[in-house]
Design a protein around this ligand. Structure first.
Ligand code: BGC
Length: 973
């Protein structure tokens, strides 16, 4: 009792101290907000993207503005998910190099299923941040691995939201225990890289909440990260960075989180909408956004209270940051000890996928023949912002040698000389360009292997190891082609030939996979005796793989995602881009219309709904190659005595005894899946991961009692109709399993009462693809800066002219689209009317830009196409002499207006169902207009001549616009 009272007093004292500290902080924030001018507030909300970086670190990803007058200093942010990313140079120290540790990729960390090691990686990153003066890390990334081709899968954790969220939380806790901040990103639904700034993820609220927000919810609940980065993509028709329901409704109101939200590094089109939605900080930051904020407050479109709210959130982060609390960088992180943690993490996450006939560990005697260029050109992690400037990378070959594995020297020499000459040839391609930074360096093809050479090696070596690898990163997804998801012919024949030669001599072959997510393993999964998934295992990875191959480390990694039999089996494969040709245009904030309206580029339908990964395969009993959670060991484990150890009103603890029954020390992972009682009309997955735990290293014969805690609320599913999380009453099966398909024991849990949790934020339902109208022509250049959201508009290069209509919504095309309920694309910028041979400003209707615009319109498959402009002999550039337009035959049309005719031919052939209306707004009257109508009649196209309304060559006023709209509507009907 005495003890209890003392403990209570101590806890109360701590709480009071914390409260007092918070009060001081809040008072300081309020004081600063009162003292700041609007200009200072606006600049605080917009970051600086500075290549050169601040003085302490040579290259940061960004920083916040200082307000020196008020003693508010700048803070520094760096990527990223596999370690601290910065340049190796420091100002004033040209001869020194400053490195950071390259930790294993996120996919490997998730495969450890080990809270302790992930936390320790986070701690090391936090220490390195302090050493280099970085306040906030732009990591971890925890988006769902929805499809194996997503380019960023290596920096994401899992296809399962619990594993992703819980692993991210360990990283955050580790980092933040060192006083620095972590940023969980990219909020939300950032599971595709293709057209990453334009893509609208369209999904049900259930899928959003159960899969794509759940990971973030768990990370927020378990680790309270300092920051959240909103994603580049859109969700159900709203850009994430401008989604009030996501950023304020869900994140703050429902989850009670109080940190700072920043944009990803782009320049969203609508500063005001982002700011209002609760996106506090604009990163990397564009000075124009500062002006937008000042202007917005001036004209009342941005409320000062919203600015102040965001400023408070930013200041809360700044005032707590290490640099603002006097922490001086030492520039001397303990890289040697961090490398050991990187090595340990890699050892924990390597997955032994297959091991037949005791192929591994490698035989202790004899030499090993090592094949594959990937054994030398080894990927420690993926490309882009999650790549780290690390002091070294231990390749597979380096690792094998340093582990004392005897590698056959002739094979080694053969590869070294082959790679030497190949890399000379690639020297000109593999330079430091942005393209290579994003997509990685080119690598040589596989070396040819001579059958007699293989035959000799099969005789004089005791085993073979073959390595193949893949790389990927942000901005681009992988592709379903040979050399990416599929093996190249050379890889396939290399593995086949090595297996044939070695098997003929009774020797085993191990395939090592160095990659961040799945490939097609059909060509070799039955041939290879052992398959080891090394992932992209960080700078020490080669050592870790060698330890596993040699048997010094008993593998204990488990798959965080399913490996299906074929790509088509993945439920998202019906809705994911393949064979996409990269365009820099698509990564700009204003992607071309043709991108925005193309399925899987501009929008992606998440038709598989909640049935992502194992939820699909397991529930539908679909055969896979390796299920979620799978991973082999060199020893065996027995699981016994599973029971509900404790049950409180809101949590259940399940325990199970795990015993090492084999002959080697090893670790096992207990995975706990729940199966809900059946609810009529509402399907839930057969199993869903709710908790997991990794045993300590168990010696042969040794046991450990594992305890797994599940909050009862976590058993719930989201019911859209009642807008509530519901765990129905009844009996739940809690399966203790070694993979989602390998259940070792079960316990029943009965909920007497249903558990419910209503939600507050109303999330938009997926936007149904609306009919599309394209306006091809030049009637809106004056409105370039005021195009409202919902009207997609990309080409603004036309010159501005005066206009009597001051409000863009008054234009005939905005009004028209509102009446028709269509999504509008304005397609212009070729500088002229499409139907004449030469446009004004010298553009030629047969020119590249014109042809491109027409082709773009066709590619959009619009429901309506409004072609602006008309025939004008001065533009047509042909002399029609005495010939009256009204007398033109089709032949005349073709010879005098070839571009017009070609355009209409293409349109009729490609988009026959499209309603095409030719709109002649200005300048044309009488005979010319008649000729125009005649031309359209030949093509069965309606023509609206608006000369009378549109004041000749000038622009119509508001009333004129209204009249135009009703005439065009009439023509359509
Ligand atoms: C990436 C972010 C990263 C940022 C800063 C963006 O391209 O999407 O994940 O944090 O750049 O480097």
């Amino acid at each position: 009792m005495k003890k209890f009272t003392l403990l209570t007093v101590i806890l109360l004292l701590f709480a009071a101290k914390g409260q007092a500290r918070d009060n001081v902080l809040e008072t300081r924030i309020e004081k600063a907000v009162r003292a700041m001018t609007l200009e200072e507030k606006a600049s605080l909300l917009v970051g600086v993207w500075e290549e050169g970086g601040p003085s302490n670190i040579i290259s940061s990803a960004g920083r916040t503005h200082a307000v020196e007058r008020l003693g508010i200093g700048m803070t520094t942010m760096n990527d990223g998910p596999t370690g601290l990313r910065m340049d190796t140079l420091r100002k004033g120290y040209p001869d020194e190099r400053y490195y950071c540790t390259g930790f294993p990729s996120a996919c490997l960390l998730a495969a450890t299923w080990d809270d302790d090691i992930v936390t320790r990686v986070g701690e090391c990153i936090g220490d390195e941040m302090n050493a280099y003066g970085c306040d906030l890390l732009l990591a971890p990334s925890l988006n769902i691995q929805r499809n194996p081709l997503c380019g960023r899968n290596f920096e994401y954790y899992s296809e399962d939201p619990y594993l992703a969220g819980h692993t991210a939380a360990r990283m955050v806790l580790g980092m933040q225990s060192r006083g620095v901040g972590a940023t969980i990103k990219h909020f939300a639904v950032n599971s595709q890289q293709t057209a990453r700034v334009a893509n609208d993820a369209r999904l049900s609220e259930r899928a959003l909440r159960e899969i794509y927000l759940r990971n973030f919810e768990i990370a927020v609940r378990e680790s309270d990260p300092v920051a959240v980065m909103s994603s580049l993509n859109w969700v159900n028709g709203t850009r994430s960075a401008a989604s009030e329901s996501l950023l304020t409704g869900v994140l703050r109101d429902e989850w009670g989180w109080k940190g700072v939200v920043m944009t990803d590094w782009f320049d969203p089109e609508n500063t005001g909408a982002c700011l209002r939605s609760g996106n506090d900080l604009f990163m990397g930051g564009n000075p124009r956004q500062v002006e937008d904020i000042i202007k917005g407050v001036g004209d009342g479109s941005i409320a000062m209270s919203d600015v102040d709210r965001n400023v408070r959130n930013v200041l809360r982060y700044i005032f707590r940051s290490p640099s603002q609390n006097g922490l001086e960088p030492t520039y001397a992180p303990d890289l040697a000890s961090d490398a050991e943690v990187a090595l340990e993490a890699a050892r924990e996450g390597i997955v032994l996928l297959k091991n037949e006939g005791g192929a591994l560990p490698l035989p202790e005697d004899g030499q090993v023949a090592v094949f594959g260029v990937s054994s030398y050109i080894w990927y420690a992690n993926g490309t882009g912002s999650a790549d780290v400037n690390k002091p070294h990378v231990v390749t597979l070959m380096d690792g094998l040698k340093s582990a004392g594995i005897s590698v056959h020297p002739t094979v080694d020499e053969y590869y070294r000389s082959y790679l030497g000459s190949e890399q000379v040839q690639l020297r000109e391609t593999n330079t430091n360009t942005w393209r290579n930074w994003f997509f990685g360096f080119k690598r040589p093809f596989e070396a040819r292997l001579n059958p007699w050479f293989l035959d000799l090696r099969a005789s004089d070596c005791s085993a073979a190891v073959v390595c193949i690898s893949r790389n990927a990163g942000e901005s681009l997804d992988r592709d379903y082609v040979k050399g990416d998801f599929l093996l190249t012919d050379e890889e396939e024949s290399m593995i086949g030939a090595v297996c044939d030669a070695f098997h003929a001599k009774g020797k085993k072959v191990t395939v090592v996979l160095n990659m961040g997510s799945q490939i097609d393993v059909r060509p070799f999964k039955d041939k290879a005796d052992a398959i080891v998934l090394a992932w992209q295992p960080g700078q020490e990875g080669g050592r870790a793989v060698a330890d596993v191959l040699k048997g010094d480390v008993n593998p204990s990694g488990k798959l965080p995602a399913t490996w299906a039999l074929s790509y088509e089996d993945y439920p998202s494969s019906a809705n994911f881009p393949v064979h996409y040709k990269f365009s820099w245009e698509d990564v700009k904030p204003y992607a071309p219309a043709s991108t925005r309206h193309t399925r899987n580029l501009g929008y992606t339908l998440y038709e598989e709904d909640i049935w992502v990964g194992y939820r699909w395969f397991n529930t539908r009993h679909k055969e896979v190659v390796w299920p979620f959670g799978h991973g082999l060991s060199y020893t065996t484990f027995d699981w016994s005595d599973a029971k509900v150890a404790k049950k409180t009103a809101d949590q259940v603890t399940v325990s199970v005894t795990v015993t090492n029954t084999g002959s080697r020390p090893g670790k096992d992972v207990v995975q706990l899946y729940s199966t809900a009682p059946r609810t009529e009309g509402f399907e839930t997955p057969l199993r869903e991961l709710r908790a997991y735990a990794k045993t300590p290293l168990l010696q042969p014969g040794q046991s450990a009692v594992m305890q797994l805690k599940v909050p009862l609320g976590d058993l719930a599913s989201f019911h859209e109709d009642s807008r509530c999380w519901i765990a129905p009453s009844g009996t739940y099966t809690l399966s203790l399993a070694s993979s989602v398909e390998d259940v070792r024991c079960t316990v029943d849990l009965t909920l007497k009462k249903l558990v419910t949790r209503p939600v507050k934020a109303s999330l938009a339902a997926p936007v149904e693809p609306k009919p599309t109208a394209v306006v091809l022509g030049d009637s809106y250049s004056t409105f370039a800066e005021q195009i409202p959201e919902g009207y997609r508009c990309w080409y603004f290069t036309s010159p501005k002219e005066g206009n009597d209509v001051k409000e863009v919504r008054q234009t005939w095309w905005c009004q028209l689209c509102d009446s028709l309920g269509v999504d509008l694309v304005l397609n212009s910028s070729y500088g002229g009317s499409p139907v004449c041979n030469t446009g004004y400003h010298g553009a030629d209707a047969t020119s590249f830009s014109f042809v491109t615009r027409v082709e773009e319109c066709i590619a959009l498959h619009p429901d309506y196409l409004f072609v602006m402009g008309g025939i004008n002999d001065s533009w047509a550039g042909v002399s029609v002499g005495e010939l009256k337009y009204s007398d033109w035959t089709e032949e005349d049309l073709r010879s005098f207006l070839p571009a017009f005719c070609r355009m209409l031919d293409r349109i009729k052939a490609e988009i026959p169902d499209c309603k095409v209306i030719n709109i002649v707004t200005t300048g044309l009257s009488g005979e010319i207009a008649e000729g125009q109508a005649q031309a359209c009649r030949h093509y069965g196209i309606k023509c609206v001549s608006l000369h009378d309304i549109s004041k000749g060559l000038g622009h119509p006023d508001a009333a004129g616009m209204k009249a135009i709209c009703s005439q065009v509507l009439e023509a359509i009907r």
